[in-house]
Structures are given as structure tokens and as C-alpha cells.
Ligand binder design. Structure first.
Ligand code: SAM
Length: 285
């Protein structure tokens, strides 16, 4: 028992966020990053990669609802879905709640993240042994370059653009993503913080604009990420994220959510003025 232990996420070089730790459940170093799972006092179990918070049990539903259900309810018949990263399992867990999905391939580079979450965070990892999930431990960049499969929806559930995740923010990767999407495919990606990383958002949206006919940003509130307001990008060959969204499909699905709902689906694309100003002309109408 660690009675006075706190974990501090040091974000960029000027911000720290501290959480009281009850117990360290796992600490390891893989070929890619450090991987820690701790039991916190106020936020349940927490996964950190390289000291940065990936998920906590308390608020993971917000992130996983919004990265998954927004594209899967815009695409009219998502059958074959690819998740890149997402080693905690929360995104794949949400993907296979959709009855139309026959197969969800998940390509996570770091087997240690998957093993640590299977052992210690079943709340997110609980679906990883489902027969519809095809889990591949490998590099997502390589996978999209080489696969012959076509996907209806691709979800890039990645860490920040450092280390092995850096190419996941580049144009060569998104050109390969475009090529392995179906003709009406959608890609949604972890889109960083408008408060602290608008430069990354600008560069990612420029890349998406160079490759896809339509690109957008949407936001959600995350309790444990720096600044609270976090974003995803939505790029599409065909569908508009709001105009082509049919709220009746959500009702018909019979699914219930703790964060996502139909008014919020559309509202998430309404951005604060400082974000619109900063991302001027990079977001389609
Ligand atoms: N919700 C999280 C966040 O934004 O903080 C992301 C969660 S998930 C744990 C991110 C995963 O992306 C990590 O486990 C990391 O190993 C994986 N990843 C990073 N680069 C990758 C790559 N090139 N291919 C596949 N997975 C990658």
C-alpha cells in the first residue's frame, strides 16, 4: 500500500496534473514506451504510456463513445472497421456493439499495453477476446500500407505524435488510409487539444485536406486530459458528419450511452470561436 503516492502527468513543459494513487498495479518498459497501470483514488484505474494519461475508468466512456459512435452512426452500414492503436480495448469494445459490424481489426504496436489492460483494466479490455475482433500486434503505418482489405470506417486511436505515433499524423499514412477505405469510407482520429496543441490540429487538418474531399473537427469534454476540451478529426470520402447523420438509427440500434446522444452528435461539430479562428479554412462546411 502506497499511502502518500501521487502520479503527475507532465504535459508539454509547463503543466502538471496530479492524481492520488492507492496502488501501483503494473509498471513495465516495452520497446516503444513505459507502460503503467495505477489504481487512483478519485478516477479508478488509470493507464499511462510514457507518463501520459491514456484512459481512466472514471471517464474513458466519453472518449470511446465519441471516437466510435460518431463515425459508426454516420456511415449507413459499417461492416468492416479498423482501429489503429487503442491498446486499452475501449474503442474496439464500442465498435462491436454495432450489430452491423462483422469484423473489427485492431492494430496496436505495443503488446505490453494490451496485456497490461487485459490483466488490470477489464473495463476497457473486456471485449478483446470477442470473435469479431481481429487483434494484430504490429505497426498501424505498415498495416495500412500493405493490407488488401477495404474498411468502411478507420479509427486512429493513437497517442500524441511522438515515437511510433508520429507517422500517424503524416500525409503518407493518410494516403494509405484513403486507399484502404471503401468508396464511402470515413476516418476519425485522435485530434489533440485546441487549448494546448492547435499547431498539431492545424497540421493534421492540412494533411487530411490534402487527401480527403471533406475534413472536420469535433470536440468533447474529457475529465482527465489537460484542458478538459479534447478533439477528434473526421475525414470522409462522401458523408457529411451532421447532414448525413440520421438520428433514428441511434434509436433503432437500441444502444444506450453514458456520453454520446443524438443532439450531442451534431453539437460536437459546433466549435468555440477561438477554435474556428485558429483552424480557419481548414474545416469544411
Ligand atoms: N486514448 C488515448 C489517448 O489519446 O491518450 C489513446 C489510447 S491508446 C492506449 C493509444 C495506443 O496507440 C498506444 O497503446 C500506442 O502503443 C499505440 N500506437 C502508437 N503508435 C502506433 C502505431 N504506429 N501503430 C499502432 N499503434 C500505435
Amino acid at each position: 500500500m502506497h499511502s502518500n503516492l501521487w502520479v503527475e502527468e507532465k504535459f508539454q513543459d509547463f503543466l502538471g496534473i496530479k492524481f492520488k494513487v492507492e496502488k501501483v498495479l503494473f509498471s513495465g518498459k516495452s520497446n516503444f514506451q513505459t507502460v503503467d497501470v495505477v489504481e487512483t483514488k478519485g478516477h479508478g484505474k488509470m493507464l499511462l504510456n510514457d507518463g501520459l494519461i491514456m484512459v481512466t475508468e472514471r471517464d474513458e466512456f466519453a472518449y470511446h463513445d465519441m471516437i466510435t459512435h460518431v463515425p459508426l452512426f454516420v456511415h449507413p452500414h459499417p461492416k468492416n472497421v479498423l482501429v489503429i492503436g487503442g491498446g486499452d480495448g475501449g474503442t474496439a469494445r464500442e465498435v462491436i456493439r454495432h450489430a452491423s459490424v462483422d469484423k473489427c481489426t485492431m492494430v496496436e504496436i505495443d503488446g505490453m499495453v494490451v496485456d497490461a489492460c487485459k490483466a488490470h483494466i477489464p473495463q476497457t479490455a473486456c471485449a478483446l477476446d470477442d470473435e469479431r475482433i481481429n487483434l494484430i500486434i504490429g505497426d498501424g503505418v505498415q498495416f495500412v500500407k500493405e493490407t488488401k482489405e477495404k474498411f468502411d470506417v478507420i479509427i486512429v486511436d493513437s497517442t500524441d505524435p511522438i515515437g511510433p505515433a508520429q507517422p500517424l499524423f503524416g500525409e503518407a499514412f493518410y494516403q494509405d488510409v484513403f486507399n484502404c477505405l471503401t468508396d464511402d469510407g470515413i476516418v476519425v482520429s485522435q485530434g489533440e487539444s485546441s487549448w494546448y496543441a492547435m499547431d498539431i490540429q492545424q497540421s493534421l487538418l492540412k494533411v487530411l485536406n490534402n487527401v480527403f474531399p471533406k475534413s472536420y473537427l469535433y470536440s468533447f469534454s474529457n475529465l482527465t486530459y489537460p484542458g478538459g476540451l479534447w478533439s477528434f478529426t473526421f475525414a470522409s470520402k462522401k458523408y457529411h458528419p451532421v447532414n448525413d447523420f440520421n438520428p433514428e438509427r441511434v434509436t433503432q440500434s437500441g444502444l444506450a450511452f453514458d456520453y454520446y446522444n443524438t443532439p450531442l452528435h451534431s453539437a460536437a461539430f459546433a466549435l468555440p470561436s477561438f477554435v474556428i479562428k485558429g483552424l480557419d479554412e481548414l474545416i469544411d462546411n
